[in-house]
Design a protein around this ligand. Structure first.
Ligand code: NAP
Length: 273
């Protein structure tokens, strides 16, 4: 990674804060913009160029937009008016199809870091969040190879592995592994909470299965609003698989599931695929 380049971050929450802390630790030239005074004060402990003023990222070479999903398009439009055409911009939104619908003057390379927790805000962010994670890039077909490399070099320096796909395929895949499981965990919790004995008896299995029920509600609402069709398709696919498991030979189906699930994650919990 070229440490002489100026990197901007907009939105110092879980994702933006983690990028910020990791880049500060790598002694990069970072300028950050966030909304709330207390977040800005906390971020000053790591770097001096942190403020509420979006104009401060004007001369950055690369900008990461890490605001909530519902604010991302507005911030991208604001940046469109103030930054030069040479600036490389990425966003971190968990859904990609909606951000690529508009054209921008800058070099836009949408992305999505596949790392996170159920917590939100700068205090929940940490330097090693992206260590061992995948980082998806979409809609890069018209992107100059050098520009893509500048961006992926940063992601690699944060400990992540770049993965390339289309916005459409991305949105389908994350509905299956993230958005639908979140909704399912919430529905499971809501259903079980109607049974007092079940709630009293619930132990670690229920705890693990429902961790995603505590997801950031603003982000969850955006996922449901924007990626609803893919979430419904994913729920239907899982329902069909449940039917197959119950009605066809359960034992022959379950053995490869157990084996694949066991091999998929290493002893640090990282996906090996
Ligand atoms: P978050 O913790 O709620 O952080 C977003 C931060 O953006 C807020 O804390 C707020 O900072 C700031 N902000 C809001 N409006 C702003 C504006 N107009 N200008 C500048 N800053 C603004 O959310 P997050 O989890 O980091 O998510 C950020 C993005 O990453 C979303 O697009 C999400 O889909 C994506 N993502 C999330 C996860 C995850 O697991 N959470 C994983 C991958 C990708 P203040 O504290 O200053 O108000």
């Amino acid at each position: 990674m070229d440490k002489n380049q100026k990197i901007g971050i907009v939105g110092l929450g879980l994702i933006g804060g983690s990028i910020f802390k990791a880049l500060c630790a790598l002694r990069c030239d970072v300028t950050a913009v966030s909304k709330t005074r207390s977040t800005i004060e906390k971020a000053h402990y790591y770097a001096s160029k942190v403020s509420k003023d979006l104009n401060t990222v004007k001369d950055c070479d690369i900008i990461f937009v890490c605001t909530p999903i519902n604010k991302t398009k507005k911030v991208l439009s604001q940046l469109n008016k103030i930054i030069p055409e040479t600036t490389i911009v990425t966003d971190a939104s968990s859904i990609k199809g909606f951000v690529v619908k508009k054209q921008y003057n800058f070099k836009f390379i949408p992305s999505h870091p596949m790392a996170g927790t159920e917590n939100r805000g700068f205090e929940a962010s940490y330097e090693s969040l992206f260590d061992g994670a995948k980082w998806v890039f979409t809609s890069f077909e018209k992107t100059n190879e050098n520009d893509l490399k500048k961006l992926t070099d940063i992601v690699v320096a944060l400990g992540a592995t770049p993965v390339f796909t289309t916005a459409k395929e991305h949105d389908k895949a994350v509905a299956l592994i993230s958005h639908m499981p979140m909704l399912f965990a919430q529905a499971l919790f809501k259903t079980a909470s109607k049974n007092k004995l079940a709630m009293k008896l619930a132990s670690s299995g229920f705890r693990d299965m429902t961790r995603l029920a505590m997801s950031n509600p603003e982000m969850a609402q955006d996922m449901i609003d924007i990626n609803k069709d893919n979430i419904i398709d994913a729920l239907e696919a899982v329902r069909q698989t449940c039917d197959e498991l119950i009605e066809e030979n359960y034992r022959t189906q379950i053995e490869p599931i157990i084996e694949q699930r066991r091999e998929m994650y290493d002893n640090k919990g990282k996906n090996t695929l």
